[in-house]
Design a protein around this ligand. Structure first.
Ligand SMILES: [Zn+2]
Length: 264
């Protein structure tokens, strides 16, 4: 399994952000090769194998890997000692309908699964707080990144110390949308000049989810020079990243995760 390192705009020894690459892609298999997501139709044993392989490479046990059951909400969950004291059924309940995780615990790897939506990893290395968020267009309109920052701050982080990096996700050229999408962004108060444009040929609207999330992070108080935009589009490069627009929703997901090692 190849894990791509995502860069944070700070020297934060001990904090790592990684994103899975699909690996060897079999033609006509939208789940190949590495998929850690267990609710988009992949075989459960294949998913377990991918998770075990991921954990082995990260040097953690399976119970140190935490990912939510996402559903395009703006709900944020804190992964703390209470979470680990709960039984499996309670943990599943706590992770259900959640699209962002925050933790102050070292040695715990938190991640989200995406196929074109924007994964956003956040770290406050000064206060040892990390987070991961899944922002599709609905989550972006709902300002999930801001809610995640607010939750980090409740645990002791400060916006000026937070650094954010976004993983591979759909680019504006690929993200053609119906008119209801720019309308939702406009109603939510986004600076539309930066995030929407019309394709001259098709007349269709295109939304820049990367810059929309950047606007949310800036409004949450994160300094501009602490924000890193994605370096690749999942749909343009669906051989490397899962893309729901390219492969359909019954496909694998790219896993983006952040972890702080115990002595940082
Ligand atoms: Zn693209």
């Amino acid at each position: 399994m190849t894990l791509q390192q995502l860069k944070l705009t700070c020297d934060a020894p001990g904090i790592g952000v990684v994103q899975t690459l699909r690996g060897e892609v079999e033609p006509r298999n939208p789940y190949s090769q590495w998929n850690l997501c267990d609710y988009t139709g992949d075989d459960a044993l294949r998913v377990l194998n991918a998770r075990l392989t991921f954990c082995q490479q990260m040097g953690i046990d399976l119970d140190q890997l935490v990912m939510p059951r996402q559903s395009h909400t703006t709900h944020v969950a804190v992964i703390d000692q209470d979470f680990f004291d709960a039984d499996i059924a309670q943990q599943e309940q706590l992770l259900n309908d959640i699209d962002a995780l925050v933790t102050a615990l070292p040695g715990i790897c938190i991640g989200v699964n995406t196929a074109d939506c924007v994964p956003i990893a956040l770290a406050d290395p000064t206060h040892g707080i990390i987070a991961i968020a899944h922002a599709g267009w609905r989550g972006t309109v709902g300002r999930i990144a801001q809610r995640t920052v607010e939750t980090m701050c409740r645990l002791g982080a400060t916006p000026a110390d937070i650094h954010a990096t976004m993983g591979a996700s759909i680019c504006a050229d690929c993200f053609e949308v119906g008119d209801e999408v720019p309308q939702a962004f406009e109603q939510a108060g986004f600076d539309m000049t930066e995030i929407v444009r019309r394709n001259a040929t098709t007349g269709k609207a295109h939304i820049d989810l990367w810059r929309a999330n950047r606007q949310v992070l800036l409004a949450a108080g994160i300094p501009a020079d602490h924000i890193t935009l994605p370096t690749a589009c999942s749909r343009c490069h669906s051989d490397r990243y899962f893309s729901a627009r390219r492969l359909g929703i019954h496909s694998g997901r790219t896993f983006t995760a952040i972890m702080r090692t115990p002595n940082s």
